[in-house]
Ligand binder design. Structure first.
Ligand SMILES: *Cc1c(COP(=O)(O)O)cnc(C)c1O
Length: 352
């Protein structure tokens, strides 16, 4: 399939690299592709960025049949633009599609669409240290029909947003509220899919934690509320003694690409990594025994987000006021590879 490119006649002024935020400013162009049962995915095009126009009965507004991805492009010192493991995002896009009955996209073509769009807007990739171009592919159900059923038609859209460095003041631990009332996902549900409804469902707990002065929520399993699952929209790792533990992918946890990369890095450093269930009881006991060494979240936005303390009911588990050595090393290695400051021994980078 060809990608038809219609360039804007009114390029917008680019923001100052040193004054970016997250997800507020968008580039000159967007990618759009349609689906219907007769033609499959068709009419792939890059058009000027702008508002979309939908019938009020459009399925996605009512029943949330929508999925998304999140990835970043970085300006490398050699003048190229680097994507980090983008094939993994396209694979996960189809896993999310499958869970909520959206027809699959051709993963190779979807990656081609990302690369072509980033190339068209390559002048928008910010250059300042720590900044990047955030890439947001998403798919929505577009039938104008109020009946609850699988939509017949869809749109696949990609938009781009230059974003600020996540840690302008340097990487520092954040405090986390362990949520014991609301749950994010259960096994058999949609937790492993990047589908819109999961995030709507998480807002209430996020708001509650914020009101108590915490930056993020630590989610527990949806069945017993006993085992650790994720922190906000990040995967989570705990170091107890010499063992680094992250919860296993059993359907309720989002399979993070940063999570996977962290495990591969740790193994390459001969650090013992376990994907296993970890209860709050075990964490609390490890803390009391002086064995809880480090904790951090992982995700595309922050890469590594160290955890300072956990508030679990009446208990405060103080991990550290400073970023631990493992989190520091992971952060500098991963961001080094992503930005091209360091070599890529794993073959994770796609250049354009
Ligand atoms: C996107 C996401 C992650 C992190 O995935 P990455 O591929 O590492 O960015 C973790 N948890 C949730 C709930 C997410 O939505």
């Amino acid at each position: 399939m060809n990608i038809n490119i219609q360039r804007t006649e009114k390029p917008r002024p680019k923001p100052d690299d040193s004054n970016l935020q997250f997800g507020k400013i968008f580039t000159d162009h967007m990618f759009v592709m349609d689906y219907n049962p007769e033609q499959g995915w068709h009419d792939a095009r890059i058009v000027p960025y702008g508002p979309l126009n939908y019938d009020p009965a459009t399925a996605v507004f009512h029943y949330g049949q929508a999925i998304f991805e999140g990835m970043k492009a970085y300006a490398a010192p050699d003048g190229s633009i680097q994507l980090f493991r983008p094939e993994e995002n396209m694979r996960r896009l189809n896993q999310s599609n499958d869970r909520i009955c959206i027809p699959p996209v051709d993963e190779g073509f979807a990656l081609e669409a990302v690369k072509t769009l980033v190339d068209v807007d390559r002048d928008w990739v910010p250059q300042a240290e720590g900044t990047s171009l955030y890439i947001r592919p998403f798919i929505i159900a577009t039938d104008a029909f109020l009946g609850l059923r699988v939509s017949q038609t869809y749109q696949f859209i990609i938009i781009l947003s230059p974003v600020a460095a996540y840690y302008p003041q340097g990487i520092n631990p954040v405090n986390i509220y362990v949520e014991t009332e609301y749950v994010r996902a259960v096994r058999g549900g949609t937790g492993y899919a990047k589908t819109a409804g999961n995030y709507a469902a998480s807002l209430k707990a996020q708001q509650k934690a914020a009101a108590k002065g915490y930056v993020q929520v630590l989610w527990l399993d949806g069945v017993e509320q006993k085992y650790v699952e994720e922190v906000g929209a990040m995967n989570v790792f705990f170091q107890i003694g010499d063992e680094v533990i992250t919860p296993p992918l059993e359907g309720s946890i989002l399979p993070g690409i940063t999570r996977e990369s962290v495990m591969e890095l740790l193994r390459s450093w001969n650090v013992q990594v376990s994907e296993r269930r970890l209860s709050m009881e075990e964490l609390s006991q490890a803390y009391k025994d002086g064995q809880l060494v480090e904790a951090f979240g992982t995700g595309t936005a922050a890469v590594i987000s160290p955890i300072g303390e956990l508030c679990w009911g009446s208990e405060i588990i103080k991990i550290s006021e400073e970023t631990g050595p493992l989190a520091k090393r992971l952060y500098s290695t991963l961001t080094g590879i992503q930005t091209g400051a360091e070599a890529d021994p794993f073959g994770w980078i796609v250049k354009l």
